[in-house]
Every structure is written in C-alpha cells, then in structure tokens.
Design a protein around this ligand. Structure first.
Ligand code: C5P
Length: 318
C-alpha cells in the first residue's frame, strides 16, 4: 500500500530498476516522559503517515564494469520557501556517506555479508529538519527496497532491528500506519479503524535540529499532555475534531518556539483560520492542522500560503 513499487522490477533498456515511495509522517500528540539513561528521551506519540513522498530508486551496478561501490544521487524537489522569506538558511541536502539511504543500504549489506554496488537515486520532496520524518522514511524505504532487490530475505523482525540502529523513527516507517510509538519512538503499536484524515502543513523556511530541540526541552521541560492519548485516539476515530483539539499537544513545541520565532507565528496563523486541532509535528519546525475535509484543507492552505510563513501543503493520510 505504501510502497507500491517495492518488489517490482521495472524493465528498462539498462536492466531492472527498483523503486519505492517513502511517506512523511505527522505527530498529532507528543508527550516527553523524561530522559533515559542512554541519553535519549522516553516518548509517547501518535503518528500518522501522509501523502507527501520521497521517491527512491535503485539501479544495479554493471558487473562488467570495475567495482564502484554504492553511490547516491539526490534531486531536490522540496518546495522552496516563499520569496518574502528571501535568503533564509536552508538545510544542506548531502549525498555523502552519512546520508541515511547509504547508511541503511550499507548496514543491510553488511548484515547479509556482501559488498553491494549500484546507484540509489532519491527525489526529495519531504522537507528537511521539519519533524516530518523524511530521513527516517528514506532509511526504512531503503531497507525494504534493498531487501527485495538484493534478495537478502531478512524477516520483518530482522529489518526492525536494523531500523532501530539507524534512528528512533525508522522502525515506524517499515509499516507506516497510524500508530502510537513509545520508547525512543521505536516501539510501534499500529492503530486500527483510523479514519482517512485531511491536513494542512506549513514548513517555515528555517528548520530545527532534533537534538537541539530535545536539549532545550531538558532546560525548560513542558508537561502538559500526560494521560490524554487514549481519549484523543477515541475522538479522532469519531472525527470529533473540535473536542480532539484540546488534547492535541506536542511537548516539544515550547522548546522549539524558544529556538525559532516561526513556531509562534505558525500557531497564530492557524488560530486565525479557526483551526484549533493543530500542533507542531515532531521536533519541528513544521506545523500542522487537522481539517474536516479536503476542501477545507485546500481553503486553509490557500490562506496560509498568503501569509508567507513557508512552504504549505494540503494533504491527507496514506
Ligand atoms: O534517533 P535519531 O537519530 O533520530 O535522534 C536524533 C537525536 O534526537 C538524538 O541524537 C537525540 O539527541 C534526540 N532524540 C532524543 N530522544 C528520542 C529521539 C531522539 O533525545 N526519543
């Protein structure tokens, strides 16, 4: 469903080609329970995958050519910030060995005991440093795609183990359904009976680094959300957005707002649209609102685009 092309070799003149889609996620609730002995933070969060996708392709190496190892080519299709935000800092997108696609591919190949060669091509549409899980989703997609294309035959449990090594959110993206994630984020409990949901997302021109937001949370911890997640899930299942609004809390939001004035501006802009079911997603800097319909999502997206707060999407759950 989420990886429509995984397991499909597309025939081209150059040989087989493997492709898959890597969705973004939104957090509708994020409660930080405290710091763990390993330095990470214990979380309880509600995540929903949305139809903003990176596109990953793998092209096998030519066995008649000298070994070139694994390479990655990236095309940046992330919507730019609006002109009024001018030369605001943008996050560099690098195709070096630290990129999660190459790290995931190398990890899988190492675990399988072989040296892969070939090229990954990544079309990037999920904004960086947005709290939308782009890098983690790319890593999970790489594990799935490589496991299929290289016929390494790892089980879902083995892939989860590799995913956890790569990052806290990576296991979630192996099966990106609406889910409650706990622990570092890697303990994923999928939710059934979740309705199709509509969203508006605003990504300010300046992103936020996850580690820095957690660091600020530790200095000024916010405690607002504990205990309300079950009630929120019940209300969202019923589509009771007005009541759900009061329970949609992201405890990293105030820490992010200390780092970036855009967070407060985004919150105010959503309030102007009477969109109360809204919060920052993940560690930011993107801000999102749940909308009652696709039409309303488009209307609010149009209004927010006019405010020039950053790139704006009207989207829906996968
Ligand atoms: O796991 P991941 O590499 O995505 O995390 C990036 C950074 O975010 C970590 O190095 C850590 O500083 C912070 N983090 C955290 N607690 C979590 C998840 C991430 O402190 N549960």
């Amino acid at each position: 469903m989420f990886f429509p092309q995984v397991g499909t070799a597309l025939s081209t003149r150059a040989g087989p080609r493997w492709e898959c889609l890597a969705p973004a996620k939104l957090n509708l609730y994020l409660h930080v329970q405290g710091r763990r002995p390993d330095g990470f933070h214990q979380l309880e969060t509600l995540m929903v995958p949305v139809r903003i996708y990176d596109h990953l392709r793998w092209i096998p190496g030519d066995s008649t050519q000298p070994t070139t190892g694994l390479t990655l080519r990236i095309r940046n299709d992330v919507p730019p910030a609006p002109p009024a935000t001018g030369s605001a800092a943008s996050t560099p997108l690098t195709a070096g060995p630290e990129n999660l696609v190459l790290r995931a591919a190398r990890l899988l190949a190492e675990a399988a005991g072989f040296v892969p060669q070939g090229r990954f091509e990544l079309v990037k549409r999920i904004p960086l440093q947005a709290g939308m899980g782009g890098g983690s989703s790319d890593a999970a997609a790489t594990l799935q795609l490589a496991n299929a294309a290289w016929q390494t035959g790892f089980s879902p449990a083995q892939l989860r183990e590799l995913a956890t090594e790569l990052g806290s959110d990576v296991p979630y993206f192996l099966q990106p359904f609406p889910a409650i994630c706990r622990g570092r984020g890697e303990q994923v409990a999928s939710l059934t009976g979740f309705p199709h949901m509509h969203f508006v997302v605003v990504k300010p021109p300046i992103g936020l680094a996850t580690a820095e937001v957690f660091h600020h949370w530790r200095r000024h911890p916010t405690k607002t959300a504990a205990g309300s997640l079950d009630a929120l899930v019940t209300l969202l299942r019923r589509g009771a957005l007005a009541q759900a609004a009061g329970l949609m809390v992201n405890e990293l939001e105030q820490a992010a707002a200390r780092l970036s004035p855009w967070i407060e501006q985004a919150r105010r802009a959503f309030d102007e649209c009477h969109c109360t079911a809204r919060c920052m997603t993940g560690s930011g800097s993107a801000f999102m609102g749940v909308m009652p319909s696709a039409r309303e999502a488009r209307r609010v997206a149009g209004y927010l685009a006019g405010k020039r707060l950053g790139a704006v999407w009207a989207t829906s759950s996968c």
